[in-house]
Design a binder for this molecule. Structure first.
Ligand code: FES
Length: 183
């Protein structure tokens, strides 16, 4: 019987470090980081912002979603060094002193069970509503129309939020909460 091939050993090279100056939730954060660090790890491990969650760590589940320059990104797939001096908003920075209207809608609609996916759902929904307001087309509504702003039907919201999974299956209430806030 053949024995299994032994695992290939890859020697790590020396760590390369870089200085970054992120603006996180309105506050400048200067850091020296290993260039291999993800934005998610910098937020959670270096800045103590643990709202964005480490779920699959491979861009499948979306619970690490944050906003970089207003656009939603997976924190686990984004190298922090690539963000340079970008504006980053996490769930901790969405509402300021009060809850963000989407957070209020999630509470009112009971749009979660365990809550693990909720920070990512919220950041993603904020980004998604901004994309729609800018006229970015979705794919659930069929061919693009001349309407300046796409109509956010439940099907359209589901498609636009499809990068954020909810293992508790709270999708119906998540969509209802987003519909409450959508124009
Ligand atoms: Fe539990 Fe979404 S509320 S994973």
């Amino acid at each position: 019987m053949r024995s299994a091939p032994s695992p290939q050993v890859v020697e790590d090279g020396p760590a390369v470090r870089a200085d970054i100056a992120l603006n996180v939730n309105g506050r400048e954060r200067r850091l020296t980081i290993d260039t291999r660090m993800s934005l998610l790890d910098v937020l959670r491990d270096r800045l103590g912002l643990t709202g964005a969650k480490a779920g699959c760590d491979r861009g499948h589940c979306g619970c690490c979603t944050v906003l970089v320059e207003g656009r939603r990104v997976y924190g686990c797939l984004t190298l922090a060094v690539a963000c340079g001096e970008a504006r980053v908003v996490t769930v901790e920075g969405l509402g300021g002193a009060d809850l963000h209207p989407l957070q209020e809608a999630f509470v009112a609609r009971d749009a979660f069970q365990c809550g693990f996916c909720t920070p990512g759902q919220l950041c993603s929904a904020v980004g998604m509503l901004d994309e729609a307001a800018r006229g970015w087309p979705g794919s659930a509504a069929g061919p693009a129309t001349d309407a300046p702003v796409p109509v956010l039907t439940p099907a359209e919201i589901r498609e636009r939020m499809s990068g954020n999974l909810c293992r508790c299956g709270a999708y119906q209430n998540i969509v209802a909460a987003i519909m409450d806030v959508a124009p």
